[in-house]
Design a protein around this ligand. Sequence first.
Ligand code: BGC
Length: 751
Amino acid sequence: MTETSLVRQRLFDAAIGILVIVGGVAGLLGFSSTVFAQHRMHGQQEKVDRNHPWMNASLSPDQRAEMVLKEMTLDEKIGLVHGMGMPGWPRDVQEPEPELGNGGAGFVLGVPRLGIPIIQISDAAYGVRSSGENGRYSTALPAAIGAAASWDTQAACAYGTLIGKELRAQGYSMTLGGGVNITREPRNGRTFEYLGEDPILAGTLVGNLMKCEQAQNVIGDIKHYAVNDQESGRNEVDSIIGKRALRESDLLAFEIGVGIAQPGAVMCSYNAVNGVFACENKYLLTDILKKEWGFPGFVVSDWGGTHSTVKASAAGLDNEQPLDEFFGAKLKAAVEGGKVSTAELDAHVRRVLRSEFACGIIDHPTQKSVVDVLGGFETARKIEEQSAVLLKNAGGVLPLNGAALKSIAIIGPHADAEMISGGGSAQVDAPGRPNAGWQAHVWFPTSPMKAVKAHAPGADVQFDSGADLASAAALAKKSDVAIVFVYQWMSEGMDLASLSLPEKQDELIAAVAAANPKTIVVLETGTAATMPWVDKVSGVLEAWYAGSDGANAVANILFGDVNPSAKLPMTFPKSDADLPHPKLIQPGPGQTGEAAVMKTGEAKATFSVTYDEGLKVGYKWFDAEKKAVLFPFGFGLSYTTFAYSGLQVTSGKGTAVSFSVKNTGSRDGAEIAQVYVALPASAGEPPKRLVGWSKVWLKAGENKDVSVSVDPKYLSIYDEGSGWKLLPGGYVIMVGGSSAELPLTQRIELR
Ligand code: BGC
C-alpha cells in the first residue's frame, strides 16, 4: 500500500470510528441528531422545484444553463464548482452536509430552489464501486483492457449501458469511469482500467462505451487527462513528453473518445505534464480540450489533484474534488477581490449546469431500484466471451471435447472457487463478501472448477492449488489434460515491478507442463505477462480479469461453445528488458506524494519520467526497434481460419479500404480485420500505425466484402509548428489479422 492510500485508508477507518462513537452516544442519550436522521435518507433525491422556464426540455442545454446561471447567487455558484467530501477523505466528518452523499466518491451540492439536483458521483471503471459497504450489488464486467480486446464498439456500448443502468439504480448521476490513458508503461497498475496501447482503438472504444453509459442519463467522464501513465509517484511525477508524441498518441485517444462520447466531464490527472500540474495546465485544459476540441462539458479534478485557486481557475479547471480547499472560500474571496473575474467563475458554473442538462440528470432524476443481477451476469459473460484472447493452441488441443475426456486436472491458486479482479478505486465488491478495503485482493465467486465440470459431466475433475509443485505435477500426470489458472493482481496506487507472474506461478506451470504436455494455461491478468514456459504448454488463453461470470465464459471457450475472436489490444513482450524503460522510474526516497495530494498549496513535482520513446508506443516501439515479441498487438487465434483477398484502396476526399475475408475453416467465427498504414519516409513515423478495423462475423465457408473508411487525421502527423498535417507522398496500406501478419498491401499516393 502506498503512503497516500494508507493515509486514505486510515482516515476512512478513523472517520467511521468517529461516526460510530458519535452515533452510539447520541442513541444512548435518547436523541437523534439531524445528521443521523438524514443519514437514514442517504443519497435520497431531494425535492426539486420543477416549475421553472428552464425545465422546458425543448430548449438547448446551453440556453437552459444560461437561464439558471442568471438566477444564481455567488454562494450558489461556488457550491457548483467543488465537491462536498468523500467517505474516508480528510475533513469529511466536518463537511457541512455529508449526509446528503450517496456513499460514492463524492457529490456536488445542487440548488433546490432552482431545481438543480445534487450530482451524486461514483467510480465505475468495470462496474459500480463501493456497493458492498453501501449494502448494494453491482455487476463486475471484464476489466476494460479485456473489453478492448473485443475491438467491438457494440460490446463497448453494452459495457457502458450496463454501468449506466446500475449507477442510476444505486442513486448515482455521474460516473468516474472512462479511463483511457494509453499503455506506454504496461506495468502501470491501472493498465486493466484502460483500453490498451493504440490511441485509435482505445479512443474509439472508450468513446462508444461512454456514449452509451451517458445515454442512461448519467454525466459521463473520460480520464485521467493526461499522461498519467504510471502510478508510482503519480501525485508528484512530471511526465515529460514531446508535443508531437503527446498529440499523436496520448491525447489522440482522448480526442477521439471525447469526440464520440461528448462526455459531460473530463477528469484532469494528478501528475504534471511538461512542468505544469495537469489540473492547472492551460495548454491541456483550455487550449486543446476546450478550444481546439470544442469540449463543452466541465473539467473535474482527480481527487486531491487541485493545487491552486487563481491559476487552476484561469487554466480551465471547473470543479475541484472531492472538497473545497481551493474552489470554496478561497475562490469566493478571489472573485470578491477581483483576482478571478465573475465571467470566469460563470464559465465554470455554466459548464457544470450545461452537462447536467445535456446528460439528462435534471430531466430524468435517478430512481433507486434493484440492479438486474441476472441480466448483468449475461452481459458480463457475453463480453468476456468476446474479450478472452486465445494465444496458443498447439495441435488443436482446444476446444476440449467434454464427452471424450476421462480426467481433467484443475490447477492453480483459487481455481476451485474464484477468479481475481482489479483493485483501487475501480474495485467492484464481490457478492456475499464484506468490502475488503483499499488494495485488498478481491476474488469473485465464479468457479473455474464448477464451470469445467459442467462441460464434462462424465470426467473425473480434480483440483490442486499448486502450492506444492510435486502434488500438482502428479495430478497433471494422471489426467488427460491439465488446465492451470494463474493470475497477476494489479491496482491503482502501485505498479508492477515486472510483467512476470508472481508467487512462483511460472514454476508451477513449468512443473505441470513437464508432467503433462497437454497443459492449457488460463491467465487472469490486467496487463501483458511474460511466459518463460510458453513452448512447453499446448494452450494459452488470456482471460484478463474476467468479471462476475468469468468462469462460465472461459469454460465456454475452452470447450468450444464459443469460438474465440478477441485480439490483443497491447503487445506482450518477451521480457521487461525489451520495454522502452526496462526499469520503471520511481520517486526518490522520502518522496511519497503526500504533499501534492493532501496539502497541495506549495505542491511541486519532485521527479520526472521522460517518455523519450516518443511516438513509439507499444507495437510502434517493437516495430521500430526490430525487437521480437512474445505475442504481437492485434494477435489472437480462433478455432477457425480466415483468408484475406482483393484489397482495393480508393483515395479522394477520404480513404476507403476494401477487401474480402473468407472463413476457410469448418466453424462459424468472427475475425477482427485490421488496417495499418506506413506513412511516407519524410513523416519520420514508426513503421506502421493502426488506422481502422472491422469485426466480421462469418459462417463456416462464408466470404464477405469489408470496407473500412479511414479518417484523414489518422493518416496525418502533428507538426509542432502548424498542427495536424496530411503529408503528400506514398502510403502503404496493409490489411490482415494482426499487426505482425498483414498479407494484403497496396501503395497509394496522396497529394
Ligand atoms: C483516482 C480516480 C478516482 C478518484 C475517486 C482517485 O484516486 O485516481 O480515478 O476516480 O480517486 O475515487
